[in-house]
Design a protein around this ligand. Sequence first.
Ligand code: SF4
Length: 277
Amino acid sequence: MSVEYSSITCKTALSTSKLPGLRYSLNPYTGCEHGCVYCYSPSVLGNREFALKWGSFVKAKRNLPEVLGRELNRKPRGVVGVSTVTDPYQPAEAKLELTRQCLELLSRRDFPVSIQTKSSLVLRDADLIKQGSFDVGVTITTMDRELAEKIEPRASPPDARASALEGLSSRGVETWVFLGPLIPEVNDGKESIRRVVEVAKRTGSKLIYDKLNLKRWVPERLTPILDRERPGLAERLPARISQRGGRWRATCSTVEVICRELGVRCEPAFPSWPSAA
Ligand code: SF4
């Protein structure tokens, strides 16, 4: 799939976030080249057109560092999530360095930052990632490279993500593994989960896990891929991920048991969901 790159201007840099642990979110790009098949960012952005072509466009917010610099003069300190509806280290960042410029500003003003990515490019900014006030989460849904290529086609391969975590944790950075979404019959098997928890163990990372979220327009993008790879699963998914159903509870229990065995701290992404502990 070809990717269309463009640049835009933005009026706001820091948006108020309702995500646990974050006061603000900062998204240097609109769109995400990683193109994960389960991504619900278009739904959060409320844009059906984006949903239909997600993964094939990237709009870089070229004046973001300028706008952020002004906002940091007047906004109260609080944790900034980088990023929440895009990947701050998608391929375009290697050249554009928008994320890097924003991290420099945030670091200078002493704002705490929580980074989340699926790219090993995050290691480039190890010099800026301050111990104590920055943490870095790397999403690893599976250690199976072939499966990752199917569901997260242009993100870094899982072993490269694991190496990035190793590189950061060896420099004393607080790291976490985001194991999500856990998709029934795709990556929620015990062995698959164990391999990801082992990465968390090896890197001294906490593990946060999350279920599949079938928000608006996600089924439209996910169903054709599932029909090809796992015929019949798309129809079963809503029941499989239901909060009342046993499958999700069993998956929570599997994650928590393995984490306990390996001595890894873990928690669900959204604490209101029933914990199996
Ligand atoms: S990396 Fe994140 S924002 Fe980008 S497509 Fe994947 S889930 Fe969506």
